[in-house]
Write a protein that binds this ligand. Structure first.
Ligand SMILES: Nc1ncnc2c1ncn2[C@@H]1O[C@H](COP(=O)(O)O)[C@@H](OP(=O)(O)O)[C@H]1O
Ligand SMILES: [Mg+2]
Length: 281
């Protein structure tokens, strides 16, 4: 089996992702065409530029590790199921935010081992003049770096006493709003924040949010990189029906189940989730 890439190589991969982010930003700051994909979702030239840059980067740095990208076209489960280790990428997550120019879009690269995201890098090129990057590795920890500053070690926060401080719950700007509101209505005192893309998971990883319930569809590439960051920061990304951690590459479909991202499990949000989904734990 191939080796997990070492520290220096991971640093080079992170630098390469940030360089792909600069390409994306150049397109973001000028006019670009928007196409509609077969599944009705938008596609811009930035999605494809990032896809090519990231695939070339990973092929160069780790030629033996296969790469699966949102934009690479289907790779049959028959082939994928033989991969003990592979890169999973979403070249541009939050394409709708990119088109709306909200700055809340990300480049996402995850290393998956036997279905588990063990390394994740999430780069948001338009945030904070020059971009922000989050990364994490299982057993090592998680970091956030604003361009030009030192990396900061990040951890999830402990759920506060809602009598004293509201829970912070983060939701999508573009998907699943009604389900999100219904879930929040059943929680104790809480404050809601909207955010595009995988940045929602990064907010939980750095302790800026307590929960991210995703009661709407996503695919494995949308979540894998940020799931590795959340896990390395001490949190969890759980199947909303079973409370098992999300896993990748287990079947033909690459759709995720509905999920919840949390710093820690708590009976109070479990009750709200059970009611929202009409399940029992
Ligand atoms: N019906 C659907 N099926 C699968 N994924 C969906 C979907 N609707 C939205 N998504 C996913 O949700 C992501 C955006 O989430 P959010 O609204 O939280 O920013 C999209 O990422 P892309 O922008 O990479 O296409 C897309 O993959
Ligand atoms: Mg996506």
């Amino acid at each position: 089996m191939t080796q997990r890439p070492e520290r220096q190589r991971l640093d080079a991969i992170r630098a390469g992702i940030e360089s792909a982010g600069r390409e994306v930003l150049t397109i973001y700051r000028r006019d670009f065409d928007v196409e509609t994909k077969a599944d009705d979702s938008p596609l811009t030239e930035a999605d494809m530029a990032s896809h090519h840059a990231l695939v070339d980067l990973l092929k160069l740095q780790t030629p033996d590790i296969p790469v699966l990208s949102e934009e690479s076209g289907e790779i049959p489960y028959e082939t994928r199921s033989g991969w003990a280790r592979y890169w999973l990428i979403d070249p541009l997550d939050g394409t709708k935010e990119f088109i709306k120019k909200s700055d809340e879009f990300t480049l996402n690269v995850a290393l998956i081992e036997n279905g588990v995201p063990v390394i994740g890098i999430v780069h948001a090129p338009a945030l904070k003049d020059g971009g922000t990057t989050w990364w994490g590795q299982m057993g090592e920890g998680a970091w956030k770096q604003v361009k030009g500053e030192e990396p900061q070690f990040i951890r999830v926060r402990t759920l506060p006493d809602p009598e004293k401080e509201p829970w912070k719950v983060v939701g999508s700007r573009s998907h699943g709003a009604a389900e999100f509101e219904a879930f929040c209505a059943d929680l104790p005192n809480n404050e809601r924040v909207s955010m595009g893309s995988s940045l929602k998971l990064c907010l939980v990883a750095e302790g800026e949010a307590d929960l991210y319930p995703r009661l709407a569809p996503t695919s494995e590439w949308d979540t894998a990189a940020a799931q590795a960051v959340v896990a390395a920061a001490g949190g969890e990304v759980l199947n909303a029906y079973t409370l098992e951690p999300l896993r990748c590459n287990r079947q033909d479909s690459l759709l995720n189940p509905f999920f919840i991202v949390c710093g820690q499990r708590d009976e109070r949000w479990k009750q709200a989730l059970a009611k929202a989904l009409n399940v029992s734990f």
